[in-house]
Design a protein around this ligand. Structure first.
Ligand code: 6GU
Length: 225
């Protein structure tokens, strides 16, 4: 998979890809991530990429021309399966969206800032818009890093234990059951006896029950469909 990220703040985005699982995925050659500084496609020598919005109102809007130049340059080199735009006024990321994106070959992610981008960018280029939740971030960069993490960890070979990405919370619309490790007793607090029993069918049953209870208590909306 190849991911091209178009941003006004490449520095804000880079470090998540220099650590842990994302770094390993890149080093193993399972994913390539490229950053494109929108400022390089500015419309003048002063680096202009945004302007006031028509109709008045606070906040700058990213102009279509620099984005068009950047996307066109990328598209002249390869075909993209999806052009994502990170924005709070969009459907919220979930596991199904991440699963779907993990199957793509080439993706562009455009991150907005200030008041966002000229609507014509969304109409002309963007194939999917994603928010990461019902709150406002100062830019789409951190949201893009969240999407990349959720997607890249699903690529076969990225996570050591092949089954572990599939047993996550949300793969089955349930939250995870509690987990424990040594010691079996800490400061009088005991690990549930069933987990020490070696009776694996019973352990699976207990975990399923706990996952259901936990979901019903804190995210009943997940059980609705
Ligand atoms: Cl994708 N961008 C911004 N700026 N804020 C957000 C978001 C995205 N998702 C949730 N809040």
């Amino acid at each position: 998979m190849r991911i091209d990220i178009i941003t006004v703040s490449p520095g804000l985005l880079q470090s998540p890809f220099e650590h842990s699982i994302l770094k390993r995925a890149i080093n193993k050659g399972l994913v390539e991530v490229h950053f494109h500084d929108l400022r390089k496609y500015a419309i003048n020598k002063y680096g202009k990429i945004d302007d006031y919005q028509f109709g008045g109102g606070a906040g700058m809007v990213l102009m279509i021309e620099p984005i068009d130049k950047c996307i066109s340059e990328l598209q002249s080199e390869r075909t993209y399966d999806e052009i994502l735009y990170m924005t709070p006024d969009a459907p919220v990321l979930n596991q199904a969206i991440a699963n779907n994106l993990s199957l793509k070959q080439n993706i562009i992610i455009l991150t907005g800032h200030y008041k966002g981008v000229d609507q014509r960018v969304r109409d002309k280029f963007v194939t999917k818009e994603i928010s990461i939740g019902d709150y406002v971030l100062s830019g789409g960069e951190l949201a893009a890093a969240v999407v990349c993490d959720a997607v890249i960890r699903l690529i076969p070979g990225v996570i050591g234990d092949e089954t572990s990405a599939l047993t996550d919370s949300f793969q089955d619309n349930l939250l995870s059951p509690p987990v424990y490790t040594r010691p079996a007793v800490y400061d009088g607090m005991e690990v549930p006896k069933i987990l020490l029993s070696g009776n694996f069918p019973k352990i699976d049953e207990w975990r399923a029950e706990k996952a259901y209870e936990h979901t019903k208590n804190i995210r009943p909306d997940l059980l609705e469909d």
